[in-house]
Design a binder for this molecule. Sequence first.
Ligand code: SAT
Ligand code: MN
Length: 599
Amino acid sequence: MSIDPKTIRHEHLSEWVNEITHLCKPDKVHWCDGSVEEYETLSKEMVDNGVAIKLRARKNCLLFRSTASDVARVEDRTYISTKDQDEAGPTNNWVHIDELKKTMIGLYDGCMKGRTLYVIPFSMGPINSSLSRIGIEITDSPYVVCNMHIMTRVGTDVLEKLGDNGDFIYCLHSVGAPLEEGEEDVSWPCAPMEKKYVSHFPEENTIWSFGSGYGGNALLGKKCLSLRIASAIARREGWMAEHMLILRMTGPDGKCYHIGAAFPSACGKTNLAMLQPTIPGWKCECVGDDIAWMHIGEDGRLYAINPESGFFGVAPGTSYKSNPMAMDTLKENCIFANCALTPDGDVWWEDMTTTPPAKAIDWKGRDWTPDSGEPAANPNARFTAPAAQCPVICPDWESPKGVPIDIFIFGGRRASMVPLVMEAFDWEHGVFLGSTAASETTAANIGAVGTLRRDPFAMKPFCGYNMGDYFQHWLNMGKKLGDKAPKIFYVNWFRKSSDNRWLWPGFGENSRVLKWMCERVDGTVTANTTPIGLMPDKNSLDLCGLDIASKDLEELLSVDRHAWLLEVEDIRKHYGQIGDRVPDRLKDQIDKLEERLKE
Ligand code: SAT
Ligand code: MN
C-alpha cells in the first residue's frame, strides 16, 4: 500500500522529496499509492489514536473536529509571491519571493519531527485528459491524504503519466506542529495564526502551505493549484481556470446546454450544481461544483472539465429540502469536519432536519442541546464526498475533452437591488458584470460575516495574478471565441423584501431562470432592454405551477435607478482599488451604465 521510493524514475521528483525530507526531518516517509487499502489503513490509524471518529450510522464515514482557530481559509495569510509586486496586484497579499522563502524555510526546518511525511502524486482532471495537470503534495497530515484520495485522482498511474521528466506542480504542506521526543499528539495539530502561511509562487509553479490543516489551506489541489496557480498558467497558455460549477441542463426535446456558474464560496454553488428542476420535462446533471478549467476546442467552442473528483461542500444548510442529491451523495465513504455528532453515531448540522436532535456533541466536543444557544456544527463545517457517488453526476463528467459551455452565470448574495436575473448585452458587458460581482460575506473565510464585498468573477481570493490583467484575459478570450462565446448572465437568488422575506423560493425553482437562459441561447424567448441588462418579462419566465405574488415578481425584476446610480459610484471605487491595469474598455462600461441610468 505504499510505493517503494526506489522505483521512482523521475530523478527530479526524487531529489525534491529528498530535499524536503532533509528540511522537514520527519520520522518516516510514505509514498502514497492511492489504494483503498492505504485509505483504510490511515483511517483506522486515525480512529485508533482518537484523531477521527468512525460514524456508526454512516458506512465508512469519518468525523474530524478541528481546533477552533483552524476552521476556514485564511485569506489574510494567503500570499501570491512574484518577483514584481505589480504581477500579484492589489487584490493579493504579497511578500518578495526571497523574503517569504527565507521565513518559511525557517518554519519548515524540523517541522515534521515525530510525524510521517506523505508524498501524494495526484492528477487534477482525468488522468487520460490532455487538459489535466499533475501535482505532487508533500504533507504531514494523514487527514489531508484521505481527503486528497477523494478530491483528486491519487496513485501510481499518476507517476506513470509523469514518466521520468514530466512537469508537475510542487505542493508542500505541513500542519506546523513538530512533536518532541515522547510528546503526545493533539487531535488537530496546527500552528498559531501568525505562523500560518498559504503561499504561492506562480512563476515557479510552487505552493508552500504551513500551519493549517483545514480545507483549502491544506488540500493543495483545490484552490491553491486549481485556481491560484492554474489561473496564472491559464493566462500564459490562453485558457481559463475559473471558480465555477459546471452543470448540464437537458430540455424536453433532448437538447443539452452546459452552464458554468461563478459564485463566491458558500453562496449555493453545490446546490445549483445538483439542482433538480421543478419544471416538467427538464433534467439537470452535475459535472462539477466548484472549479472549471476551460479550453477552446477544435470547433472554436469553449470546453470545460472539472479538475476535481470530489465535493468539499458546506454542510450547514444542506438538507433533503435544499439539496437532496447532495444528501444522497453523503450516504457513505465521506469525511466530515466540524459537524455535530448525534447519540446514534451520525453527523448533524444546522438545518439538516427541521427538528434538531434532542442532544448531540457539538463540533467542539461538548454536550449540546437545542437550548445551548450556539450552533452544534461550525458554520463552515464541511463534507468531503466522492463525485462519482452523486446520483445526478453527468455521464460525461470525466470526459477527457470536457463539455461545451453555452452559458456563464455570475452572482452573489445581495439582499437588495440586484434583480433575479439579467443577461449581458454582449461579451464585454458580461465581463463588466463579472468584474463587478459582489456578495455579502459568509463563514467560508475567517473574517466578518454579512458585509458587502466586491468579489470579481468570485475569484478575488483565488486569482493568482493581477486582477486588472485577469479582466483583460477575459476580454481576450471573448475575442478569440467570437460568435462561439457563451452568453453571460447575472443572477441573485437572495433578494429580500422590505419586511425581510426571501422574494424568490430558490432551490429547484431556480430551474425556471435557467430555462429562460437556455431559451435565450436558442433565441426562442424575448427579453426587455433595461439600463442594467436584458431582463425577462413576466410572460417569458416559465412560472407555471409556481405560487408567487405578482408584486414580489415585479420587485424581483425591477430596476431602482437611484440605487443603481449609487452602485455606479461603488463600482468606480472598486475599479480604483484594482488599479491602473483595469482595461479602459471596462472603465467605459461604467460610463455607459451611468448614461443609460440617467436617460
Ligand atoms: O476551504 S475551501 O477553500 O476549499 C472551500 C471554499 O472556501 O470554497
Ligand atoms: Mn469554492
